[in-house]
Design a protein around this ligand. Structure first.
Ligand code: GPP
Ligand code: MG
Length: 291
């Protein structure tokens, strides 16, 4: 009898830059109540912000414990609405289709896409801890046959060319160079596939990055791109925008409520509110077709 050599399907994480290692360190250590307490509500862990009108009556709740709970669940509702908006733009998908979640965090977005479309999802994160957490959530929900998270670099996934009907970045583009990122999305998407991003970008009409934008960069160790860079880099990579929406006004109520959530604040709330209000920063949805 002969034995076949042991084979593994695990693809090693490509060599990381020192910058990427520092970013991974941040996310391996991150345990902000604003992410964990919101996610605990329904095991949908999001790493993005919210949109829509906030129910500010939660702030008037007289019982202190109930007040905290109501604020937490209102913020979660707004974050979930953002995830649903993104998922609604992934196009008509069938349960046989495959989608790619670039910078998946603790995995909420891929679950939302699977719940809505029944599709297969592959999420990638350079944080091993987030990846393990997300896979555990998919197992707990019983969707681990279709939703999988991988400890990989979104610029160099090793996934199959043309295998994806849709892909997205939900607030994760500011960690990478856009030309490299869109080249990988264009490679993975089949012709006619959909790419969606929700992102914070700095406003070219303001000039360069404002003080508040720079504070946000320092807080998350990221590098927010100008709005123009998205369209320039997409055009170079066969991604043709079909829908662009400025969500800045829609996200301000989330930040106003979050600022008043003493049990959840991280200290970055004023930078976002000031940046949005002084016109230096925009919260944008971009939907593009892969041609
Ligand atoms: C939020 O994640 C998003 C980022 C870290 C990327 C930066 C986004 C911009 C729009 C500039 P999170 O939910 O982990 O952040 P927080 O802990 O502040 O809630
Ligand atoms: Mg958060």
């Amino acid at each position: 009898m002969t034995t076949a050599p042991a084979r593994t399907t695990t693809v090693p994480v490509p060599t990381q830059s020192i910058y990427q290692t520092r970013v991974a360190d941040y996310w391996n250590a991150e345990e902000n109540p604003v992410n964990l307490e919101l996610g605990r509500i329904d095991d949908l862990y999001h790493h993005h912000y919210g949109i829509g009108e906030a129910d500010r009556s939660v702030l008037e709740e007289p019982d202190p414990e109930l007040r905290k709970e109501r604020i937490t669940s209102e913020l979660h509702r707004l974050e979930h609405a953002q995830a649903e908006l993104l998922a609604s733009h992934l196009g008509p998908l069938t349960p046989a289709d495959r989608v790619f979640d670039a910078g998946c965090g603790r995995g909420g977005g891929s679950i939302v896409a699977n719940l809505r479309h029944g599709c297969h999802a592959d999420g990638v994160t350079i944080s091993a801890k987030q990846c393990d957490f997300a896979n555990e959530m998919a197992r707990k929900r019983g969707v681990d046959d279709k939703v999988r998270y991988h400890h990989r670099n979104m610029l160099d996934t090793g996934f199959e060319t043309g295998a994806y009907a849709a892909s997205w970045n939900n607030e994760s583009t500011m960690y990478v160079e856009l030309e490299l990122l869109f080249a990988e999305h264009a490679r993975l998407l089949r012709r006619g596939g959909r790419y969606v991003t929700v992102t914070g970008c700095y406003n070219d009409t303001y000039g360069r990055a404002s003080r508040e934008v720079s504070l946000i960069n320092a807080h998350y160790i990221c590098d927010i791109h100008p709005r123009s860079e998205y369209f320039r880099s997409m055009a170079k990579n066969r991604l043709v925008p079909v829908h662009v929406e400025d969500l800045t006004a829609a996200t301000i109520p989330y930040w106003e409520l979050r600022k008043q959530a003493d049990h959840l604040v991280t200290g970055i709330e004023d930078a976002f509110l000031d940046a949005y209000r002084n016109g230096s920063f925009q919260y944008l949805l971009i939907v593009a077709d892969r041609v």
